[in-house]
Ligand binder design. Structure first.
Ligand SMILES: Nc1nc2c(ncn2[C@@H]2O[C@H](COP(=O)(O)OP(=O)(O)OP(=O)(O)O)[C@@H](O)[C@H]2O)c(=O)[nH]1
Ligand SMILES: [Mg+2]
Length: 267
C-alpha cells in the first residue's frame, strides 16, 4: 500500500546496522525522510542507498528533537498530510504503519501514538523501561486527559495540521513529550494504535536513563507549574471580578482540555 499523503521521518544517529532495512521496508508505504545527525558510521549513505526519498544531514549532532524538527519541516514542504515518525534502530516495525494510518483515517487530525502495551506481541520490554513508561503515562494522563497507554512511544503519526499549529521547541527526547502536551492543549485528539514491541538483545540505546528521564520530568514539572500559576491568577481575577464560576479546575484539567478524554478540535 502506498500512501503518498504520508511521509515518514526517521531520525538517526549511528544506526548503520539497521537503518537500511527500516528504509527498505518503509519506502513501499510512503516517502522516507532520514535525518542523519552527523553520524560517523555512514548511516546517511546507507539510508540513501536503501531508497530514502531524502537524507538530510546535520553538520553536528543536534539531538533527536532537532532531527525531528528538521524532518517535520521537510515533510510539510513536500505537502504531506501526515508525518509518521519511526526510530532508525529498527524498534518500530514499518509493517505496523498501516494501522496508524487507519487510526488517523478514523480520527481525523488526531495525533496517533503507537501502543506497545495493549497486545503483548513481540519482545519483552525491559523491566526498568516498562516502569519508566508507566510513570510517564501516569503523569501524562493527568496532563493530557487522553485515555492512552504508552504515551512516550516515538512511533507516531502526526497530522500536518498539528505540526503547523504548534511550534515544538524542546530538545532531545523531550520534544516527543512536549508534542503530546501541546497537542492536547491546542485541542488535538490523542489516539493510539497497537504496535509490535521490538527489543532485540544487545541493542544500543542513545536514551540516557537518568539524564533523559530527568529532562522529561523537568519539562513536565514546568508544565504543571505554569498551568497551576495560570489557574491561580485566573481564580484571583475571577474573585476580584466577583465571578462565582471562578473555581480552581481539578488536577486532570490542568491543561484545560476537559475531562472527557476527547479533546477539542482547534477552532
Ligand atoms: N538524529 C538523531 N537521532 C537520534 C539521536 N539520539 C537518538 N536518535 C535516534 O532516535 C531513535 C531512538 O533512539 P534510541 O536510542 O533507540 O532511544 P529509545 O528507542 O527511546 O530507547 P531504547 O528503547 O532504549 O532503544 C533512533 O533512531 C536513534 O538513532 C540524536 O542525537 N540525533
Ligand atoms: Mg531505540
Amino acid at each position: 500500500m502506498t500512501s503518498p499523503r504520508v511521509c515518514a521521518v526517521v531520525p538517526v544517529f549511528n544506526e548503520a546496522a539497521t537503518v537500511a532495512r527500516v528504509v527498505e521496508q518503509l519506502r513501499d508505504l510512503c516517502p522516507v525522510i532520514v535525518v542523519d545527525d552527523a553520524s560517523t558510521d555512514g548511516s546517511g549513505d546507507r539510508a540513501a542507498a536503501a531508497g530514502a526519498a531524502c537524507v538530510i544531514r546535520h553538520r553536528r549532532r543536534l539531538g533527536k528533537g532537532a532531527a525531528l524538527r528538521t524532518g517535520f519541516a521537510e515533510a510539510l514542504r513536500r505537502g504531506a498530510a501526515g508525518v509518521a515518525t519511526l526510530d532508525g534502530d529498527g524498534q518500530h516495525d514499518p509493517a505496523d504503519l498501516p494501522r496508524l494510518i487507519e487510526a488517523a483515517a478514523v480520527a481525523t487530525d488526531a495525533l496517533v501514538v503507537g501502543d506497545r502495551l495493549e497486545t503483548p506481541t513481540g519482545d519483552r520490554i525491559p523491566r526498568l523501561r516498562l516502569g519508566a513508561i508507566r510513570v510517564a503515562d501516569w503523569v501524562l494522563c493527568r496532563l493530557t486527559c487522553a485515555p492512552l497507554r504508552d504515551r512516550q512511544c516515538g512511533y507516531r503519526l502526526y497530522p500536518a495540521a498539528l505540526l503547523r499549529a504548534v511550534a515544538l521547541h524542546e530538545e532531545g527526547f523531550v520534544l516527543e513529550t512536549e508534542a503530546l502536551v501541546r497537542a492536547a492543549r491546542t485541542g488535538f485528539r490523542l489516539v493510539s494504535a497497537p504496535v509490535r514491541r521490538v527489543y532485540p538483545p544487545g541493542r544500543r540505546s542513545r536514551f540516557r536513563g537518568v539524564l533523559d528521564s530527568v529532562r522529561i520530568a523537568w519539562y513536565l514539572a514546568r508544565e504543571v507549574a505554569s498551568r497551576t500559576r495560570c489557574r491561580i491568577m485566573s481564580d484571583r481575577l475571577a474573585a476580584r471580578l466577583g465571578d462565582p464560576e471562578g473555581g480552581t479546575a481539578p488536577l486532570p484539567d490542568l491543561l484545560g482540555v476537559g475531562g472527557d478524554g476527547g479533546g477539542r478540535r482547534p477552532g
